[in-house]
Structures are given as C-alpha cells and as structure tokens.
Design a binder for this molecule. Structure first.
Ligand SMILES: [Zn+2]
Length: 213
C-alpha cells in the first residue's frame, strides 16, 4: 500500500470515522487523555493493538518495537525509548494496567536464531535483539531444536514472560504492583486466527482468554 493510497484512505477516515468520533476527539483534547492501559506490542504489521482490542482513541497508551521487548531497568541504558514510555505511562498517566503482547510468527523471535550481519546497516537491530536472548535460552532448554514450530512458539511465549520480568525491574512498576495499583499481564496473539491467550502465572502457562472471563 503506497502513500497515495494511504492519503486516499485518510480522506475516507475523515469523512466516515471523523464525523462519527468528532465529539470524542474534542473531548480528549479538552479533558486530556487518560488511558488506563499501557499496551506494549511488536511492530509487526499484523498486530494492531486498537484493532484486536476494539478500542477507541484515548483508550490505549501504546508502544511498539521489534519483538515487544522491555529493556531491563538501567539508568545508563542507551535504549531509552521504551523505558521512557513506561515511566511516562506510570508517573504522568497513572495507568492501571500494562499488557505485554507477543504473537505467533514473530520475526524478532526468529531472528534470535540466525546471525545478524555485523555491519552499519543493521547495527541497532543486532544490538536490540539481545533483549530476546533470555527467551531463546529458556525455549531451547525446554523444547530443544527437534521441532522448529514448537521451538518458535516456546520462544515467543517465553519472550512475553521474560519481558514481564524485565518490566518488574522498574522501581515504579514494582512498587505499584506490590501496592495493588498496577496489574501486569502477558498476552500471546495468534496472527493467523485472531485468537488470544494470556499468561497465567499460577499455572505458569498460557491459556485462552475465554477462560479468563
Ligand atoms: Zn514480532
């Protein structure tokens, strides 16, 4: 889909959704945004937070990156985009939920298993993927390399679990969770079907969301 098509689509958006939601748009400017949930997902074009949760403008505070990674808390870390979003969401927006959403067929998780060329065109990508290493180690330890599909699924799921662990290294996250002011949950979205699973920490496995209602 080229830029021309996107502009045409925006005109349709303005005519259709713009008219329908104009009052909401104005209200969100007058009162400001107050989303209750920070949604951390992969940049993958098939994972669209507002679409899969059927939410409106103002509902989700979203950050997306390659692999839905959360760099562990480190005041000296150069990778501060995602940490800055987390801090803003907690300190200024007072979100009550954080969702880390992984997904099937994740290119970032696949990339953990091959060597990214050590050159200037992929230097950041190569460095960024280190945040998936713990998930890879866990998955290899559990399922080995016999079945690629099982290994990938395990890597993608462990990736969600590991990123939640990283999230809990942030002082504000840890404090709010302990005080009952913040709920953190891991999701696993199936890009091929739209199905969704959530991580149940008690059973230490992912379950269909239908069992969470
Ligand atoms: Zn992905």
């Amino acid at each position: 889909m080229g830029v021309e098509t996107l502009i045409q689509s925006h005109k349709r958006f303005k005519n259709e959704y713009g008219k329908k939601y104009i009052n909401l748009f104005k209200e969100l400017v007058d009162k400001g945004q107050s989303p209750k949930t920070l949604f951390i997902s992969c940049s993958d074009s098939r994972v669209v937070p507002n679409l899969i949760t059927m939410t409106r403008p103002g509902d989700l505070f979203v950050t997306r990156n390659i692999g839905n990674f959360v760099p562990p808390y480190d005041p000296e870390c150069e990778c501060s985009a995602t940490p800055a979003v987390i801090e803003y969401a907690l300190v200024h927006l007072n979100v009550e939920n954080i969702i880390v959403c992984g997904h099937t067929d994740c290119g970032a998780c696949k990339a953990l298993y091959y060597e990214i060329p050590d050159n200037e065109e992929e230097v950041h990508l190569r460095r960024w993927l280190r945040f998936g290493e713990d998930a890879k180690i866990q998955a290899l330890g559990l399922v080995g390399t016999q079945d690629q599909a099982t290994l990938m699924s395990a890597t993608e799921k462990f990736n969600v679990i590991e990123q939640i662990k990283n999230l809990l290294t942030y002082p504000a996250v840890k404090r709010k969770v302990e005080e009952g002011e913040l709920f953190v949950q891991g999701w696993y979205y199936h890009t091929e079907s739209g199905d969704l699973e959530y991580f149940n920490p008690v059973e230490y496995r992912f379950l269909p969301v239908e069992e969470n209602v």
